[in-house]
Design a protein around this ligand. Structure first.
Ligand SMILES: Nc1ncnc2c1ncn2[C@@H]1O[C@H](COP(=O)(O)OP(=O)(O)OP(=O)(O)O)[C@@H](O)[C@H]1O
Ligand SMILES: [Mg+2]
Length: 278
């Protein structure tokens, strides 16, 4: 569902002090309520790009617009009401001594208190499966749960835009399914989700739009069916990406790049296909 841009970058360039041109002219328009995945090889500029959305980084050149307004004139604290960003490295985000206080910090800063604050924190803890850990010291949680805690802290802020930097890193199948439910839930509320990921299956199954980055630029931008289709494979390979296995088999079977499991099984077991022995 798209009803106007909530995030936009125009000719965005970011050059780090050492001279690395990490983002090299990105024009990107993200509509309200969209679910967008950003993929690309290590060092292609994904994290650098999204850190501009909430003002943690500022453009070397170009513009970032949040809800139609130039972000340059807005402080990080003000942008935090619109854009929640869960860090790639949770240990750079987490600072509190208890899980509950970590999750409460953001919404309290946005002015929530009392029962309203408690509800926001409880919902975020339940959504991330951390409801039994409210009193735990975050550093007693394993890495995968610290990642979920970093996400919970952002969810509790109830921002219209949620940006997740590699949410599935370190997650088992249950953790990935949990994150998929979180993304679906946010989308169901009309909120915008942008996630960076190296997990192609997660990307294909969870997002309606995929932006492919290489060397600080956007190489491809389309639906999973378009971006993982065979004509796009050379471009994906240029940024060290492989389409999900289902996409590769789906292409071979003429089912397109986002086949359902049912469709694959039917095609593979169809005697007339000649793929399996009769
Ligand atoms: N703080 C920094 N100072 C200098 N260079 C940086 C800094 N952060 C990132 N870079 C460089 O900028 C480029 C883009 O990095 P970035 O972290 O945005 O990539 P990425 O696509 O998120 O990679 P990954 O998949 O490994 O997380 C890389 O060459 C990286 O080494
Ligand atoms: Mg990154």
């Amino acid at each position: 569902m798209t009803t106007g841009a909530i995030l936009e970058t125009r000719a965005l360039v970011h050059v780090y002090p050492g001279g690395t041109r990490a983002v090299d002219g990105v024009d990107l328009v993200i509509g309200r309520g969209e679910r967008v995945a950003i993929i690309g090889q290590n060092g292609s500029g994904k994290t650098t790009l999204v850190r501009h959305f909430n003002g943690l980084l500022r453009p070397t050149e170009g513009t970032v617009l949040v809800d139609g307004t130039d972000a340059a004139g807005r402080r990080v604290a003000a942008l935090a009401a619109s854009i929640g960003l869960a860090f790639q490295d949770p240990d750079r985000q987490i600072f509190a001594a208890r899980v509950r206080s970590e999750v409460a910090f953001g919404p309290r800063n946005l002015g929530r208190s009392g029962a309203d604050l408690d509800r926001a924190v409880d919902e975020a803890l339940v959504a991330t499966g951390l409801d039994g850990e409210a009193a735990t010291n975050p550093y007693d949680l394993g890495y995968s749960r610290r990642k979920l805690l970093a996400m919970a802290s952002i969810l509790a802020m109830n921002t219209p835009v949620v940006v997740l930097d590699e949410p599935t890193t370190g997650q088992d199948a249950r953790g990935v399914a949990r994150i998929q439910r979180v993304v679906a839930g946010l989308a169901g509320q009309g909120r915008t989700v942008v996630a960076i990921s190296h997990d192609m299956r997660f990307v294909a199954e969870t997002f309606e739009r995929v932006v492919v980055m290489g060397s600080g630029r956007i190489l491809l931008d389309g639906t999973p069916a378009e971006v993982f289709a065979e004509p796009a494979w050379p471009t994906l390979a240029s940024t060290y990406l492989e389409p999900p296995l289902a996409a590769r088999i789906g292409a071979r079977l003429g089912l397109g790049a986002t086949p359902t499991e049912r469709g694959l099984v039917d095609a593979l077991t169809n005697r007339s296909s000649g793929i399996l022995p009769t």
